[in-house]
Design a protein around this ligand. Sequence first.
Ligand SMILES: Cc1cc2nc3c(=O)[nH]c(=O)nc-3n(C[C@H](O)[C@H](O)[C@H](O)COP(=O)(O)OP(=O)(O)OC[C@H]3O[C@@H](n4cnc5c(N)ncnc54)[C@H](O)[C@@H]3O)c2cc1C
Length: 501
Amino acid sequence: MSGLTASMPRLDAEVLIIGSGAGGATTAALLAEAGIDVLIVEEGPWVDQGSVTPFSLEQMDQQYRAGGVTVALGLPSIAYTEGRCAGGGTEVNSGLYFRPPVDVIERWSAQHRIRDLDPDALSVIAAEIEQALTVSTVPGRTTPASEILRDGAAALGWQHNEIPRWMAYPPGGDAVTGKRQSMTRTFLPRAFAAGARMIVDCRVDRLHMAGGTGRSAAVTFADGSTGVITFRDVIVCGGAIQSPALLQRSGIHGYIGRTLAVHPTVKLSARFRDEVNVPDDVPVHQVKEFAPDLSFGGSASHPGLVALALTDHWKAFSKSVVQWRQIAIYYAAITSEGRGWVRAIPGLRDPLVTYRLSHRDRQLLRSGLARLTLLMLEADAEEVYPSFRGAPIVRNRADIASMQQAFAVSKASVMTVHLCSSVPMGELPGRSGADSFGRVHGTSNVFVNDASLLPTAPGVNPQATVMAIAIRNARHFISSRSTTDTRSTTDTRNIKGHHER
Ligand SMILES: Cc1cc2nc3c(=O)[nH]c(=O)nc-3n(C[C@H](O)[C@H](O)[C@H](O)COP(=O)(O)OP(=O)(O)OC[C@H]3O[C@@H](n4cnc5c(N)ncnc54)[C@H](O)[C@@H]3O)c2cc1C
C-alpha cells in the first residue's frame, strides 16, 4: 500500500461500486469477470479473517460502524449494527444461510410489480452461492448453547432446525473450527482476479449529479484528505442505512429512505448448571414453530456481551456475571409490520434513523419473549434474565406470568442486525425507489444493489437473498450494456489503501 499526497490524481472507473459487502462484492466480481473496469470504494478497513476474534468487543471496535453503537430512534429505540470494513456485514455476521423464500419472492414480484423476478431463477443463483460459499451444516457436534435451543424446542414439540452456514470446515472439524466464507475470502478475491481495483478506508461523501446523471463521487480518506472519482455508471452498495443516506446527500430524493424494514429482536440470558458459553461462536439452531412471524435463535455471548445484557436489571442480575461460562444469550425475532425512516441531515455525517413498531409488533415481541423463556426452562435453565428494565429473574413457569406483567416493549432492549427495504425496487409509481433491476428512478446511471432493494424484510436471515438479487441485477446490467473493455489507465499503485490481491 502507498499513501497519497494532497495532489491526489483524479481517479476514474467505468463502474464505481460503493461498498464491498454482500451486494457490492458480488456485483464487483460479476462485472469484472464480464470485462468491465470496476473500482470498489469501501469506507472501512481491510481486516483479514482470523486476525480478530469473532464476536469479540475488539471486532466490534474494528469492523462495526461506530463500534456497534448505532440506534434507530423510536418508542422504544432499536439498537442496530452494521459492518464497516472490507466485506461489510459478511465479515462479522453469524453466517446463517437461508435460500430466498419462494413465497416471499412471489409476493414481492406481484405486490411491488418487479419485472422478471422469478423464484426458480433465484433458486438457481442460490445454488451457485451455496457452492461459492461452501454452505454446509456442522460436520461434528454443535455447541452446547445451540443444543439448548434444539432440546428446549424438542421438549415442547416445536419445529426446529440446524441452519447451514457459509463455513469451510477442516476434515474432522466441528462447530468452532469453521472458517467463515465472507466476501474477503470469496467474491472480493474473484473480483481482484478479474482485474477489479479496490480502495479501502475511503468514504464516498456524495455523488455529483448533472440532471439525472451521476458524473463523479466526492470521497474522503481516513486521514481526512479528499478526492474525486469519475465514472460511467455508479452502483451504490452501502447497505440499507448508508445507501439511502448517500443518495439523499447527493440530492436524489424520490422514494428513498422512507420504508426501512428490520427484524426487531428481544433477548434474554439464561444460566445453566453446566458450562454452555462459547465466546467466539453463535448457535446454529433456530426454532421456527411460529415462523415467519416469530423465530428464536442464539446470539453472540462473549463475556462482555453477557455483562451488557445483565445491565437491564443490574441490581438483580449482577451477581450472576461471574458465572458467565454457564450463561448464553438468546433472541426472539419478529417479522415486523412497522417501518422506519433514514434521513440525511445537512451538516451531519450520519443520517437520522427512526423506526416505529406497530401494535401487532409489540404484542409479538411480548409473546416471543415469554415463549423463549418457556423454551429455556424446558431446556433446564436454572435462571433466566429477560432483557428489559426492571425484569424479574425467572426460575419456573409461574414466574413467566409475573414477567409478562412486568414487561413493556418500551422498557426492552430491542435490537436488530437485519436492515432492508430503504430503496425498494419495483415499478409501482411513487412506491419504489429503484426500478426492477436497481436503477434509481429519475437517474440514468445511478444504481443500488444491496439490502436496500428488498421490498420488505424477508422473514429469514437475509444475506443470501441480498446476494441472489444482487447477482440477478448484475447480470441484467451486464447484458444491457456493452461489455467492451475500456479499462482505466489510472496508476493503481498510487491508490491509497489499494489492495493487491
Ligand atoms: C452482527 C450481524 C449478524 C448477522 N447475521 C446474519 C446471518 O447469520 N445470516 C444472514 O443472512 N445475515 C446476517 N446478517 C445480515 C447481513 O450481514 C446483511 O444482510 C448483509 O451484509 C447486507 O449486505 P449489504 O451489501 O446490503 O450491506 P453490507 O454487507 O453492510 O455492506 C455495506 C458496505 O458498504 C460500506 N459503505 C457504506 N457507506 C459507504 C460509503 N459512503 N462509502 C464507502 N463505503 C460505504 C460499509 O462500510 C459496508 O462495508 C448479520 C448482520 C450483522 C451486522
